[in-house]
Design a protein. Sequence first.
Lengths: 218, 180
Amino acid sequence: MFEKLTNRLYDVIASVYIYNEYTGYKELEKLLVGLEEHYPSEQEFIKAVKKHYADEKKHYLMFRYYFKKRKCMPFKIDKTYGYVDLFVEHIFKKPIEELDHDELINDKDLFFKLCRLVMMTEFRGMRQVHTLLKNPLIKRNKALFKIFKVVERDEPSHCYPYQYWLEKYESHTPQFQEKITDLWIHYSLMLLKVPFLFFNLRLERMTAFYDEKELVTA
Amino acid sequence: MTKLKTFSSFILGSIFFLFVLLYMFVESWVIYVKKMVKFKHLYNFREVEFPLLDVLVSEQNELTPSTLGALPNTLGASRTVAIPEELTSGALEVLLDIQMEALSVEECFELEFELSSPEDPSKVEYIYLFHRPFDDQHHFNTVPLWYPIPNNRTIKLQLVDIVGMDKPAFGGELRLIGAR
């Protein structure tokens, strides 16, 4: 019984992560296209964002690998559980799929906002993975523990480029409204939404991974 | 008179002793409460918490790539290699690149390696490689990572798991590409 419950918890956590990694790299892909077009001279920054994009994609594949090893599929998770989706909705007041990346990159203030958003998401992720690695339940699951170790290794390089950009162009770091949004999203996820997923016995599993769905759609 | 003096010094000593006890008690609680409520700012991480903070490769740390050995290619197999001193003298960490080349071009498979030091088995790094020949987007056949140089300059690379195929045909090497 205990084994069943812990496995469900692991699957819930990994499902939330795989969704977030997928959304993360998809959004970074669009951002990279815009960056290369508008700021071709900022090679150092572009290099860092490219690494971030590649890492997010690798993390997505690692969680996919985890589910393949477990011979099961992730739970069906929607944007209610997506950290970036929620952040974009709160800060830009529109759903993530309606974000116009060209407009974001052309408008200095909007781009600063986006940098702050990515920076906060990554700092939060770094803190979160650090907490998870200390958790005795995660330590029990070798496969998941190893994956989080890799995430921990990669995460630090993700937040600093955006922080560097804000400092370089003399913009401010996150302010009250953004900090409150970050806290609200984080704690509502941890204390309400993830427990809800865990206890929701009607929660279905996916039939195909996100990238496979994409191939079918294409 | 002497009795009174002894009695009053006893009382004063007791009061002082109780005061010291009370002070120690309050002080330990203050430290405890301070620790509990101490606000750690989210955007000011201490580097000690994340020792691998500087993970981007800068040009000054780059070396001419050299091979340290071939990748182990059967499940459970391991390879122990030495880090050459002449290239990395004075350095504390080396930048290694684990690069895999698939020989079977039509099958997808995923590999999991562990990089450790026989001297200190607790210092383990996990490496995942993904061979997906028809999907460039999700094909990862190389992983660079910083690893602290052990005292005896020996590191061990082990293939711990394969998913997707039983015995995939692949080669590849462990390369030394940087030091700092």
